[in-house]
Design a protein around this ligand. Structure first.
Ligand SMILES: C[S@@+](CC[C@H](N)C(=O)[O-])C[C@H]1O[C@@H](n2cnc3c(N)ncnc32)[C@H](O)[C@@H]1O
Length: 256
């Protein structure tokens, strides 16, 4: 599949696992703060394998649109919607958050979970989410931030596996949100319980899906020396990074 070190999101796309910190509880909080119960059309940007898109389609009486920059992620998200029996309520497209292929004011809620942190032009990504939101409706982000500096070797490894992107500090999110032009802005931070994160994710994704993903990861580990090195490096350092991460829920209403 790839012949050098494997980037973090490429590995997730291959294996069929994505996550955001805070799990289903954080998603439900974000959906409530964005008043998704009143929405007819909801956009999920950077939907990954489609866990939240399927969740929204099952929980609410609305049409859901899921977009992701990766075709592989979109394929997983379609498969998940099919398995959950909600494919008729969700439309998927490959798209970049920095250039969304939708008309202005189209959606009643825009939900973004653990995506903007990976995007080079964060202000443009947020502007695009606001643009496609209907006036009077909400944009909601769940994004992580570093609470302290990482050791140089971890910073170097993350820079490599995240394609030169640095994980933001809280001040970055505060400044971006202050410049978003949204009103009624909410910003709430949460600490992480790493073990709880893993348990929640397996529970939400489902044991069968998790085992299938683990089997793909294991096969990759066995068959590709490059993948083996990347898996060791990325999974070996996860605990050290999680230790210094928290997440923030950001919500705001587009001016009517
Ligand atoms: C950490 S995953 C989170 C996925 C999903 N929101 C979840 O919570 O499971 C980040 C996702 O953002 C997508 N992504 C990264 N850059 C993007 C961009 N510029 N536009 C749209 N999606 C992007 C990745 O392909 C990946 O699926």
């Amino acid at each position: 599949m790839m012949n050098q070190s494997i980037a973090y999101l490429d590995m997730q796309a291959y294996v069929g696992i994505t996550k955001h910190i805070g799990g289903r509880a954080a998603t439900d909080q974000l959906l409530a703060w964005c008043h998704v119960e009143n929405a007819r059309a909801v956009l999920c940007v950077g939907c990954g394998i489609g866990v939240s898109t399927a969740h929204i389609a099952k929980k609410y009486d609305c049409h859901v649109v899921g977009v992701d920059i990766s075709d592989k992620m979109i394929a997983w998200a379609r498969e998940r919607a099919r398995r959950e029996g909600v494919e008729s309520k969700i439309e998927f497209r490959t798209a970049d958050i920095q250039d969304l292929p939708f008309e202005t004011d189209r959606f009643d809620a825009v939900i973004v979970e653990s995506v903007v942190a990976f995007v080079p032009d964060k202000a443009r990504a947020i502007r695009e989410c606001v643009r496609v939101t209907q006036p009077g409706s909400y944009v909601g982000l769940n994004e992580s931030f570093l609470t302290q500096a990482l050791p140089p070797e971890l910073t170097e490894m993350l820079g490599r596996t995240l394609g030169g992107i640095e994980l933001p500090r809280l001040e970055t999110w505060q400044a971006l949100w202050a410049d978003s032009g949204l009103q009624d802005c909410g910003l709430q931070t949460y600490a992480i319980d790493a073990r709880q994160e893993v348990r929640d994710r397996i529970q939400w994704i489902g044991v069968r899906w998790s085992l299938e993903a683990f089997a793909r990861l294991f096969q990759l580990y066995l068959t590709s020396p490059e993948a083996r090195a990347s898996i060791r490096e990325q999974y070996g350092s996860t605990a050290n990074v999680l230790d210094k991460l928290e997440y923030v829920l950001l919500t705001g209403k587009k001016c009517a």
